[in-house]
Design a protein around this ligand. Structure first.
Ligand SMILES: [Zn+2]
Length: 219
């Protein structure tokens, strides 16, 4: 799973064109062992974005054979929600599920339960892993994020760019963190997109923490 800075949902369909002969942008394989090998086209798949089906480009590395879906940079992995919606929901919750759903712009019958899951997910182990990568400023995990990427709207999109640029870790949203764009348990040569839902990291931190950085977020 990868995304490109500046290529969000709005820009996506003009950036990745389905017409035959369309030029593929140059995107390097994130695996350092592949020494910048360019990814090649490997088809498309459809997923829901804003309740409508959207064609997502899939690429493959000829060297390591790993496939990568290219996600709009403002879209969550495996969830039909933008990072901005998650940010608004987390700001309003947890503990206020109805307000969180409203803030996230999720107004359907299942919205409250779904947004509660987001905030519950953010209370889970992956948040602790995320906090291991953020400076130990006081406050919630989102305040730590903002201490790194700034207070303006769009903090989670900037967090995605920052984690990728700093650690080569893809921030999927509530589905967690993917080192090198890949779930931790994916064997070399396997796809990052199995269509069967997110795969957890499993035990232990995959990251080298800087000395003095707390691995925990305080509420
Ligand atoms: Zn590769």
């Amino acid at each position: 799973m990868v995304s490109l800075a500046g290529v969000g949902i709005k820009e996506y369909s003009s950036f990745f064109r389905r017409e035959k002969g369309s030029r593929l942008p140059e995107i390097a394989c994130p695996d350092p062992g592949c020494a910048g090998a360019l990814l090649r086209g490997h088809g498309w798949y459809e997923r829901l974005v804003g309740w409508a089906p959207m064609a997502i480009r899939r690429l493959i590395c000829a060297s390591c054979k790993v496939t990568h879906a290219v996600l709009p940079e403002d879209q969550c992995a495996y969830r039909d929600a933008t990072l901005a919606a998650v940010e608004a929901g987390v700001d309003a919750g947890p503990g206020h599920p109805t307000a969180a759903a409203r803030a996230a712009g999720q107004l359907d019958a299942e919205a409250v339960r779904r947004v509660s899951r987001w905030t519950a997910d953010f209370d889970a182990a992956f948040v602790q892993r995320l906090c291991g990568l953020l400076p130990p400023v006081p406050g919630t995990w989102l305040e730590r994020v903002r201490a790194v990427v700034g207070d303006a709207a769009g903090a989670l999109v900037r967090l995605r760019r920052w984690l990728w640029g700093t650690y080569r870790v893809f921030f999927g949203g509530p589905s967690g963190l993917w080192r090198g764009g890949r779930p931790r348990d994916a064997a070399r040569g396997r796809s990052t997109y199995g269509g069967s839902g997110p795969r957890p990291w499993g035990g232990g931190s995959p990251f080298v923490r800087e000395r003095g950085w707390s691995p925990r977020c305080e509420r």
